[in-house]
Design a binder for this molecule. Structure first.
Ligand code: HEC
Length: 191
């Protein structure tokens, strides 16, 4: 099974293999030249019959036993969190004074969409609740802190659990990153 999904963006393109006798789940990466390598292995303590990707990017794992089990695997700290249903309320138009121009805002929005930020964060009325809402983030964080949160997220969240946020270091051009930070800094705090 090849992984493609929003919950484990760092695994996109990896394949997963399950082991009955090995009782393990194995992640395999490819070098694009025909080479494959098992890069991670999780001991499940169960005979794993199959593993599949759920529509929301979680992994479904089937246990071969009597009774067996069906398991939903999600990043630590988000077990109960499924991205919030997209609300029908339009996102409030960004204030003109605080924003460079419409085309760069559209571009920032596509950067946010392409990088699954909304799976975990709320921006405007959209998004999930795995991470903190980014509405009003500029009122509690400086631009440098926002940059650090994106390029070098802490290993643990403030709650002490492993941080599910992947590092976006080198994922964006410097200009995209600046525009993204500016956009986030100017998101109003919503009631
Ligand atoms: C898989 C979930 C996930 C994804 C995807 C994700 N984040 Fe996060 N993010 C988190 C979590 C959880 C935290 C809180 C970490 C902590 O407690 O320190 C966080 C923290 C942040 C913070 C700091 C907020 C604050 O109040 O301190 C910013 C800014 C941020 N993320 C921006 C982004 C952006 C921009 C993207 C997309 C490019 C993104 N995140 C993608 C989970 C995610």
């Amino acid at each position: 099974m090849f992984y493609k999904g929003a919950m484990f963006p760092q695994w996109n393109g990896s394949a997963f293999a399950s082991g009955l006798a090995a009782k393990a789940l194995i992640r395999i990466t490819f070098d694009g030249k025909g080479g494959a390598q098992a890069v991670e292995r999780w001991d499940m303590g169960r005979r794993v019959r199959d593993v599949e990707v759920a529509p929301d990017g979680a992994l479904w794992m089937i246990e071969d036993a009597k009774p067996g089990g069906l398991f939903r695997l999600t990043p630590l700290g988000m077990a109960v969190s499924v991205p919030a249903a997209q609300s029908a309320t339009p996102v409030p138009a960004p204030s003109r004074s605080a924003t460079p121009n419409d085309s760069s805002i559209e571009h920032v929005k596509s950067v946010i969409a392409d990088n699954n930020c909304l799976v975990c964060h709320r921006i405007g009325r959209e998004g999930g609740d795995i991470g903190p809402s980014l509405n009003g983030v500029g009122t509690r964080r400086t631009a440098d802190q926002i940059r650090a949160a994106i390029v070098s997220p802490p290993a643990k969240t403030s709650a002490g659990t492993p941080n599910p946020m992947p590092s976006y270091d080198k994922k964006f051009t410097e200009e995209d990153l600046k525009n993204l930070i500016h956009y986030l800094s100017t998101r109003p705090l919503l009631p």
